[in-house]
Design a protein around this ligand. Structure first.
Ligand code: PRP
Length: 170
């Protein structure tokens, strides 16, 4: 979906692609989930949090699941976040990368557990999964291309300020 106004051109893209468009200067600014920023560490100005899209990262598995004695298998789209989480716990696990529908992995026996974002908790509930641990809370964030912010400062600062004002009012 695209929207064009007198001064701006807006387009919608998948989260990880938003950072790619902003990183490459195709978009001057972007709105993206904090999870994407933590996972992919894009080379952009990570400006400030916005008051929507509040989520947290969770380790979840089947209810009453008997964890195996051997190395755990953890499925996730967020492999870097998962790696860091288990590294900090001093635990070695096998991480299986999935692109979506991560909640299927424990049900189908691909993994012992998943690391995924949780907002309402409905997806986990619908799939009979329970949260073992919650870590990292984040929301949507405003990001900007590094060069754009210097070159187009006069145009962009008022827009960024409006985002900031809007965020304060919520
Ligand atoms: C995320 C996540 C869960 C869902 C959690 O998926 O992977 O599937 O949201 O939200 P809930 O706790 O409110 O149920 P998303 O909607 O971002 O789509 P994706 O599967 O394409 O990543």
């Amino acid at each position: 979906m695209q929207i064009e106004t007198k001064d701006f051109f807006f387009f919608f893209a998948k989260g990880p692609d938003v950072t790619t468009y902003v990183e490459n200067g195709i978009a001057d600014i972007g709105v993206v989930g904090g999870d994407i920023i933590i996972e992919h560490q894009p080379d952009v100005y990570n400006l400030f949090p916005l008051p929507f899209g509040q989520c947290r990262m969770a380790l979840a598995t089947k209810k009453d699941y008997q964890w195996p004695d051997q190395k755990k298998r953890i499925a996730s789209t967020f492999t870097n976040i998962t790696k860091t989480y288990f590294k900090e716990k001093g635990e070695s696990v096998d991480i299986i990368k999935l692109e979506g529908s991560v909640e299927l992995a424990p049900i189908l026996g691909l993994a012992d557990a998943i690391v995924d974002i949780v907002e309402t908790g409905n997806t986990l509930k619908e799939n009979g999964l329970v949260i073992e641990d919650e870590f990292l809370a984040f929301s949507a964030r405003l990001i900007a291309n590094r060069s754009s912010l210097k070159i187009k400062r006069e145009q962009l600062v008022p827009v960024i300020e409006r985002f900031k004002e809007g965020a304060k009012q919520r």
